[in-house]
Write a protein that binds this ligand. Structure first.
Ligand SMILES: Nc1nc2c(ncn2[C@@H]2O[C@H](COP(=O)(O)OP(=O)(O)OP(=O)(O)O)[C@@H](O)[C@H]2O)c(=O)[nH]1
Ligand SMILES: O=C([O-])CC(=O)C(=O)O
Ligand SMILES: [Mn+2]
Length: 589
C-alpha cells in the first residue's frame, strides 16, 4: 500500500525494517473507521479477537494472551545507552550494537507469513506544542486496535510530522511468542524501541510505557520537561474553580481509581466535582506563567479490570461499556459478556476463564480473570472526563502527590516542606509489588516517583533533573505523600479508600490555598486531625490517629532501606538528597 508521506527519514527507516522482517504485506494505518472495521472483522475471523454481545457492549471485543505473557516483564526490558553508566543501577543495560545485533537475529524474517501494519501516532493532542510523534510497526491487529484507542493515529499525524526528523521509531513483532527470546529494547539515544515475542499490552503498545515514559523521560532530560507515571485530575469547588493535581503511584496502586473518583455525598451535595484528565501518564512543562502544566499524552485507559465495579469505580466501568477491548478477563458463554473478580456477585456458571478453560464461577476456586487483566477504553467514554483533557497547552498543576502500598510506615498523608524535600520524599518512595509485573507480589521495594521500571536513564540523574525543574519553576506545585493501604493487626485496610480519598485531596487543596495549618513532624507536615473531614464516615478519631501515626521503629528501618538504596547511585546521587536524608535522620534523634 502506498504511503502518504514523503518524509525520507521515515521511508528509509521503514524500508530497513521491511528488509529485516520481510512481511508478506504492508498496510499503513490511516485512522479511518472503514479500515479499523475491516481489521476488526479480519481479527474476528482468525480468532485473534472475539466479538462480544453487541446489545450490551457495542463495539467491544475480547482478547486473550498466552499464560506466560500477561504482564510487563521487567527482567526482559532493556535500556541500551552507549555507556552502561548512563542506564544506571536500576535498569538492565545492553550495548546498542549488541542489542541491535541480537534484535536483528530475532526479527529476521519474522513477518514472512504475515502483514506488517505501520501506525503513525501522536502522544498528546495532534499538533499540540506538548505532543510528540511516533511510529509503531507491528504484525498484530490487536496492537493496531489498541493503539487506535490509546493514542491518536493515522494520516493526520503524517501531515503534522511533515519532513521533521523528530519521531520515535518503534518495531514490534510477536515472532513466535517465545518467552526465551522476549525482549523490549529501548535505545533512548536513537529514539528507538524494539519489542519482540510478546503480545501483552505493557510490552507491545509502544506509545505507552516504552515511548511516553522510558524514551520521553530521556527526551525530557534533554529538552527541559518531565515525563511521569502520574494521573492528572481536576477538583472543582462549589464556586466553580478547578484546581489540578497529579499523582504518581506504582502500577496497580490506584491511579485509575483516583483519577475517576466521585466525591462522597457530603461533598457532592455542596457542589464539589472531580474531572479526569489522565489516569497513567503526565508530561509536564514549565510555562510562561511560572507554573508546571501537564498534558495526558494518551487517548484511552489501559486499566486493571479486577476490582473495578459500580461502587469502586463507576466512571471506569461506564468507560468500558462501548468500543472497548477486554484482555484476559473471564467470559460468559451464555450471553458473550465479560466478568472479573469483584465485578459483581454473579459470576458466569457457563464461562471460560482467562486461560480459555471451561469455568464455573460459582463452583471453581480458580480465578476467572487474571489479576492483571485489563480493559482498553477510549478516554472520551469516561463520564468524568475533563473539558480540558485535550487542551493543547495542558492544565496548571497545584500539587504533586506520591504514594504507594505501605502496610505500616507511611501515614495517610503528609506534605513535604519544600520542593527539594518533596523530591526526597518521591525518591525514597517504596511500595509492595503487584501483579502488574511478573514476579513475586507483596514484596516491599523502592520505587522512586513510581518510575523504577520506567525511567529511561540513570535514576541519580533523574533525581537531579527533578531538582533542576524545581529551581527553574518560579511557582512549583506543592508535594505530598499519601498511603491508602495502611493495615490493622488483622491485615485489613484501616482507611476506606476509593471515593473517600477525596477527603484527603480536599486537605491537600486547602494546604495549597493556605486555608489550613499543619503540624510539623520528623517527616514533614501532618494534618491536624480535625482538618480531615470525617463527616458521614464510619471512622473514629482513634483510627484517624492510627492512620497518621509515625512509628519510630518502622521509620528507623525505612531509613536503613533508604541508605542502602541511595548507596547504589554512587556519585550521581545529588548532594541535596544526601542532605535531606541527614535531616530526616536527625529529626528522629
Ligand atoms: N484498599 C484500596 N484499594 C484501592 C484503592 N484504590 C485502588 N485500589 C485497588 O488497587 C488496584 C489497582 O487500582 P488501579 O486504580 O487500577 O491502579 P493503577 O495505579 O491505575 O494501575 P496501573 O494501570 O497498573 O498503572 C485495584 O484492585 C483497586 O481496587 C484504595 O483507595 N484503597
Ligand atoms: O504498562 C502496563 O502494562 C500497565 C500499566 O499501566 C502499568 O503497569 O503501570
Ligand atoms: Mn501504569
Amino acid at each position: 500500500m502506498k504511503s502518504q508521506t514523503n518524509n525520507v527519514d521515515v521511508l528509509k527507516w521503514i524500508d530497513d525494517v521491511i528488509l529485516m522482517t520481510k512481511p508478506a504485506n504492508v498496510i499503513w494505518i490511516d485512522g479511518s473507521d472503514e479500515q479499523l472495521t475491516a481489521l476488526r472483522e479480519e481479527a474476528c475471523r482468525t480468532g485473534e479477537i472475539r466479538l462480544l454481545n453487541q446489545d450490551k457492549y457495542p463495539g467491544c471485543y475480547y482478547h486473550r494472551t498466552k499464560p506466560n505473557d500477561v504482564a510487563r516483564m521487567e527482567n526482559r526490558t532493556l535500556i541500551c545507552s552507549e555507556k552502561e553508566i548512563d542506564a544506571g543501577p536500576t535498569n538492565i543495560w545492553m550495548k546498542p550494537s549488541e542489542a541491535y545485533k541480537l534484535g536483528k537475529k530475532i526479527f529476521e524474517n519474522s513477518m514472512m507469513d504475515r502483514t506488517m501494519y505501520i501506525i503513525p501516532y501522536s502522544m498528546g493532542p495532534v499538533g499540540s506544542p506538548f505532543a510528540k510523534i511516533g511510529f509503531e510497526i507491528t504484525d498484530s491487529i490487536y496492537v493496531v486496535l489498541n493503539m487506535s484507542i490509546m493514542t491518536r493515529v493515522g494520516q493526520k499525524i503524517l501531515n503534522v510530522l511533515g519532513d521533521s526528523k523528530d519521531f520515535v521509531k518503534g518495531v514490534h513483532s510477536k515472532c513466535n511468542l517465545d518467552e526465551n527470546n522476549r525482549y523490549i529494547f529501548h535505545f533512548p539515544e536513537d529514539n528507538t524501541i524494539w519489542s519482540c515475542n510478546s503480545a501483552y499490552g505493557g510490552n507491545v503498545l509502544l506509545g505507552k510505557k516504552c515511548f511516553a515514559l522510558r524514551i520521553a523521560s530521556y527526551q525530557g532530560l534533554k529538552e527541559n520537561w518531565m515525563a511521569e507515571h502520574m494521573l492528572i485530575l481536576g477538583i472543582e469547588n462549589p464556586k466553580g474553580e478547578v484546581k489540578y493535581v497529579t499523582a504518581a503511584f506504582p502500577s496497580a496502586c490506584g491511579k485509575t481509581n483516583l483519577a475517576m473518583l466521585i466525591p462522597p455525598e457530603g461533598y457532592r451535595s455542596k457542589g464539589y466535582k472531580v474531572w479526569t484528565v489522565g489516569d497513567d501518564i503526565a508530561w509536564l512543562r514549565i510555562r510562561e506563567d511560572g507554573r508546571l502544566w501537564a498534558i495526558n499524552p494518551e487517548a484511552g485507559f489501559f486499566g486493571v479490570a479486577p476490582g473495578t465495579n459500580k461502587k469502586s469505580n463507576p466512571n471506569a466501568l461506564t468507560s468500558t461499556y462501548k468500543d472497548t477491548i477486554f484482555t484476559n478477563v473471564a467470559i460468559n458463554l451464555d450471553d458473550e459478556t465479560v466478568w472479573w473478580e469483584r465485578l459483581d456477585n454473579n459470576p458466569p456458571e457457563n464461562g471460560l476463564d482467562w486461560k480459555g478453560n471451561p469455568w464455573n464461577g460459582k463452583k471453581s476456586k480458580e480465578k476467572g480473570a487474571h489479576p492483571n487483566s485489563r480493559f482498553t477504553a477510549p478516554a472520551k467514554n469516561c463520564p468524568s472526563i475533563s473539558p480540558e483533557w485535550e487542551s493543547p497547552e495542558g492544565v496548571p498543576i497545584s500539587a504533586i502527590i506520591f504514594g504507594g502500598r505501605r502496610a505500616k510506615t507511611a501515614p495517610l498523608v503528609y506534605q513535604s516542606r519544600n520542593w527539594q524535600h518533596g523530591v526526597f520524599v518521591g525518591s525514597t518512595m517504596a511500595s509492595e509489588t503487584t501483579a502488574a509485573a511478573t514476579g513475586k507480589v507483596g514484596v516491599v521495594r523502592r520505587d522512586p516517583m513510581a518510575m523504577l521500571p520506567f525511567c529511561g536513564y540513570h535514576m541519580g540523574d533523574y533525581f537531579g533533573h527533578w531538582l533542576e525543574i524545581g529551581k527553574k519553576t518560579p511557582n512549583p506545585p506543592k508535594i505530598f505523600h499519601v498511603n491508602w493501604f495502611r493495615t490493622n493487626d488483622k491485615g485489613g485496610f484501616i482507611w476506606p479508600g476509593y471515593s473517600e480519598n477525596f477527603r484527603v485531596i480536599d486537605w491537600i487543596i486547602k494546604r495549597c490555598e493556605n486555608e489550613v495549618e499543619a503540624v510539623e513532624s520528623p517527616i514533614g507536615f501532618l494534618p491536624k486531625a480535625e482538618d480531615i473531614n470525617l463527616e458521614g464516615l464510619d471512622l473514629t478519631a482513634d483510627k484517624l490517629n492510627e492512620l497518621l501515626d509515625i512509628d519510630k521503629e518502622s521509620w528507623a528501618k525505612n531509613i536503613e532501606g533508604i541508605e542502602e538504596f541511595y548507596s547504589s547511585f554512587g556519585e550521581r546521587l545529588p548532594k541535596e538528597l544526601k542532605q535531606e536524608l541527614e535531616v530526616l535522620k536527625n529529626n528522629f534523634i
